[in-house]
Design a protein around this ligand. Sequence first.
Ligand SMILES: *Cc1c(COP(=O)(O)O)cnc(C)c1O
Length: 351
Amino acid sequence: MVEIFEDKLNDYVGSRHSVAVNSATSALHIACLALEVGPGDKVWTSAVTFVASANCALYCGAEVDFVDIDADTYNMSIPALRAKLETAKKNGTLPKVVIPVHLAGQSCEMSEIWKLGEEFGFKIIEDASHAIGGTYKGKRIGNCEYSDITVFSFHPVKIITTGEGGVATTNDAELAKTMRSLRSHGITRDRDEMVNALAGPWHYEQLRLGFNYRMSDIQAALGVSQLARIETFLKQRRKIANLYSHALSNLELRLPFQSSQTSSSFHLYIVGIPQEKRTRVIHDLLVLGVSTNLHYTPVYRHPFYAIQGFVPSDFPIAERYYKQALSIPIYASLRNGAARRVIRALARTLA
Ligand SMILES: *Cc1c(COP(=O)(O)O)cnc(C)c1O
């Protein structure tokens, strides 16, 4: 079932190779290792993301740093990335890998990041944990046209789920082979890869230090059934997003900006609430039966990262975002009537 799921993922996103694993976190880890991230290397990711986008670099013994976000899309800012690269070039501290994150399901400006990769010599892993089904310049995210590897998550809150699970897609056969090896202890049963002569039919060899990051057949079977329903899931998410965008447009909040080059999978619907009102709005909504969330606390603000000396004022847009952002309910089983209740509750509390 794992191979069947991988084939179906390749067909769906338009990649040549898929390596299914037990989480997107594992996929990020083996993606970094396949790109030879190690001690002394630097990896950059977006300031506003789930911690896993940064932790993967530390697992490899590398250093992590953050790039501020764009004020409209909340994705990694291209001007901020360029400025940081120019400084790093002068200081001899260029990153080996950059991990842009498609926040809420909307693609980053990948062709721009790709061009910077060519100019400054870094590799690219797309953290597309939110974004399966989303498109960039008319093609599905995950086809790796502008990256080396793309990672998706199948955690229960994501667009499709395998219970827990993830995948790394790539068009590079060597990277795929390395990641396949890393997901299963670094063991091979392929005679062509073996160092020693075949000692018997039981013979296998460990060639590198890998992990048990395999996806199970049961998870893959669920993935196959989920993937068959993905268009229904996406349609309902986009319908809710449309409903929100029309009904909320005259309220005192900021709607999620949608670039014309992208079609979001709407994993999240993030509004901006005037800073002085947000705490009250969250409370009022809860009283009215509407749960909200904040995606995400900028990674450098977590105590584990803060003690490493990151300075919040280096990330002014992420700081402003952190004070205003609010994720309102969106998921495939959210009915239109319930979405209208969310709209009424928001209108009431903001009135
Ligand atoms: C969910 C998520 C991850 C981690 O996914 P798991 O499958 O739970 O490991 C990584 N990055 C981002 C942006 C995510 O939202």
